[in-house]
Design a protein around this ligand. Structure first.
Ligand SMILES: [Ca+2]
Length: 491
């Protein structure tokens, strides 16, 4: 994951090479209102070390989970990074190579009830290891480190680079795992085209059942089941280093960011209705170019990328997510991705008539190693070297920074205290005229309650859900209560 020297001067807005497939599989909303200049991001988490994966548990807890490459998983809860790791397996993770480490995390679709989650990491022999863990019985913010159950180990002995790898459950409930081609450069063993090895692939397995002799089951609908010349776990092949892929949470379509060799970074696409078995081209092709052989390659049966870019715009694509959250309707249907070397954030949109359109959204100074989704479909991305997570947002002003909104008004009484809580109790003070102003976090939900000794307030409280803009005129009326004279007690 070393940065190459990318000349920003060569970065030209819209300098993207588009490959139109013309698929009509993606339902779309009009993108007419999408304005790239209104996409913003705010620094949300700091103090991480080489964050490379972000996900949620799907358990309505509102937490994010951040994976650090060396082997820690940290919860982000109630707007705070929990300092005690959810899981710390640094002692068994091999992160010596820049592309090695704890690479991905996927919570089981029934995590809330079964407590199961899955990781992939590189071990001391360089192998790619898929493991199941369960959460601790003592705390929802802790995993049980002794629960590890290795499901599948893929030998990867020669090189440190090209390990994949993303884990994600599909809408079918099966676990998908992307693997790199085994490393070096140019895929010398031709692993990605070899259906007898699990490298350079997307695999699909059933973690809820076991087949004889293995610790998982192979779905009988996998495309190469029954083919004696192929491993049945393979779902798609011809991939070089599919570092990040994702499912469209609305449609089930798959977007794959496949890191290129020296010429092309690409996004590959698989419609939800696909039966699997796609050959995405590597090492015969790098993007839409012939790679091996360099000219006159056999393009038959290869699925070309929906978009690719040259190394004038970066050096290693970071596949992202299609935005399906409700907070920012104008971003709906935009697939966001980036490049760890250039920090450019791109979007990609499919129109049923005009096909795929790529846009350069922003040229950031960040090393974007991954994107991630929260439970509501909100999007986040990392700055790898700075150890930060940014939240993506969208606003009416140019280049918004997701500035926290303010709740303000008159409390009805001088120097009244405003209690406000979203689970974390906080207070603010009205001034000598009763005016108050409370800054809350972006998308804040909670309750504001005024108080002052001897006064009652109308309304007694106000509740807010998902505040994203300043909210003014939030006045209260204060009435001094009757002072009750206690009778003197004499004896
Ligand atoms: Ca390809």
């Amino acid at each position: 994951m070393k940065l190459k020297n990318v000349s920003r001067s060569l970065i030209i807005f819209g300098f993207l090479i588009l490959v139109i497939l013309g698929t009509d599989q993606i339902p779309t909303k009009a993108a007419a209102n999408f304005n790239p200049a209104q996409v913003g991001y705010r620094e949300m988490i700091t103090g991480l070390t080489e964050p490379i994966f972000i996900t949620n548990a799907g358990d309505s807890s509102g937490r994010l989970f951040i994976v650090e490459r060396a082997g820690r998983i940290l919860p982000y809860k109630n707007r705070v990074l929990v300092p005690t790791p959810f899981l710390d397996i640094r002692s068994i993770v091999n992160s010596a190579g820049g592309e090695q480490g704890l690479l991905a995390l996927a919570f089981h679709p029934n995590y809330q009830t079964n407590g199961q989650f899955y990781t992939t990491f590189t071990d001391q022999s360089g192998s790619l290891v898929l493991s199941r863990f369960t959460r601790s019985s003592s705390s929802p913010d802790l995993a049980d480190p002794n629960s590890r159950n290795p499901l599948l180990v893929i030998p990867h002995p020669v090189n440190q680079n090209h390990n994949g790898g993303t884990l994600a459950f599909g809408p079918d409930g099966f676990l998908y795992w992307s693997t790199g081609d085994g490393g070096s450069a140019g895929d010398p063993p031709n692993n990605a085209q070899n259906l007898n090895v699990l490298l350079g692939k997307i695999l699909r397995i059933d973690v809820d059942h076991v087949d004889p002799g293995i610790n998982y089951a192979v779905p009988t609908s996998n495309p190469f089941v029954g083919n004696p010349g192929a491993r049945p776990e393979i779902w798609a092949y011809g991939l070089r280093n599919p570092w990040r892929f994702s499912f469209d949470r609305l449609t089930g379509d798959i977007f794959i960011g496949d890191v290129g060799q020296a010429s092309r970074e690409e996004i590959d696409f698989q419609p939800a209705a696909s039966p699997g078995g796609e050959n995405y081209g590597w090492r015969v092709m790098e993007g839409t170019l012939c790679y091996n052989p360099a000219t006159g390659c056999d393009q038959s049966g290869k699925v070309l990328p929906i978009i690719e870019y040259a190394h004038s715009l970066g050096c290693a694509v970071t596949g992202g997510y299609i935005y399906r959250g409700s907070l920012f309707p104008d971003m709906q249907g935009q697939y966001f991705y980036s490049d760890i070397c250039s920090g450019i954030i791109f979007s990609l949109y499919h129109d049923p008539i005009t096909g795929w359109t790529g846009t350069q959204v922003a040229d950031t100074p960040y090393a974007v190693s991954t994107f991630g989704e929260d439970e509501q479909g909100g999007l986040y991305f990392t700055d790898y070297y700075a150890g930060k997570v940014y939240q993506m947002c969208y606003g009416p002003t140019a280049a918004p920074t997701c500035i926290p909104p303010t709740i303000s008004g008159n409390a009805g009484a001088a120097e009244a205290t405003l209690h406000y809580t979203d689970g974390n109790p906080m207070t603010a003070q009205a001034d000598g005229s009763g005016n108050y102003s409370i800054v809350v976090s972006y998308n804040w939900s909670g309750t504001v309650i005024p108080s002052k000794g001897g006064y009652s307030f109308t309304p007694a409280s106000r509740t807010y859900i998902g505040l994203v803009t300043d909210t003014n005129g939030q006045d209260f009326t204060a009435v001094a209560g009757h002072q009750i004279a206690l009778p003197l007690v004499t004896r």
